[in-house]
Design a protein around this ligand. Sequence first.
Ligand code: MN
Length: 255
Amino acid sequence: MHILVTNDDGILSPGLLALAQALKPLGKVTVLAPDRNWTASGHVKTLERPLRVREAVLFDGSPGFSTDGAPSDCVALALLGVLPEPVDLVVSGINAGENVGHDVTYSGTVTAAMEAAIWGLPGVAVSLQLPEAPPRLPDYAPAAAMARRVVERVLRFGLQQGALLNVNVPYLPLEAIRGIRITRQGLRIYRDELVKRLDPRSRPYYWIGGEAPSGVPEDGTDFGALHEGYVSVTPLQLDLTAHSLLDGLRGWEWE
Ligand code: MN
């Protein structure tokens, strides 16, 4: 069993190390991750510039690889042959912050797992919900333990080709986590605000600012599960077709 571990927070992220360490008992783990933070970079395929891959050393002294590509590039590079050994499973994370609702289209963590799905491999994205004022060094150990539980089951039961799992863990001690809920995508409430400032030459520049997003804590959803203290496991697929609209759209008098 050869597991590729990547993330979108960058090769130095403590969440990546916690995930790689937690998965080691399940097989050979290779880390290939971006050399910087790609949070909210979406699903990227870098075609207009070359990509470099460098040997890296994780904080526990174990070897890995970093690239100047995006999380999804990491997966593509590994599967295209940068890693000589075939990969069986891709696990991405542990992201600093939950990825729920519409986040999945922004998330580099989730899109790395989506890239695995495109290649016909099982992909798992793991994110840790952080409190509003997160500690300088969040504790990733509970999320790492839960990630291992999920990956163990992916290996045991198999995941339908083209599917991926989006795993979100509440920021609680392991014994306080109430269990695992299988959920659907919920609804995010974004609170983005335009922040306009002036550069030293008095030209305006913009930040997308505002408070962190919240969500609708509806039963059965990813955000709802986190809200209740459960780990959320959402099966995702890349077919974004709005099937409920097909028939109505056909009736738009196209002839
Ligand atoms: Mn991130």
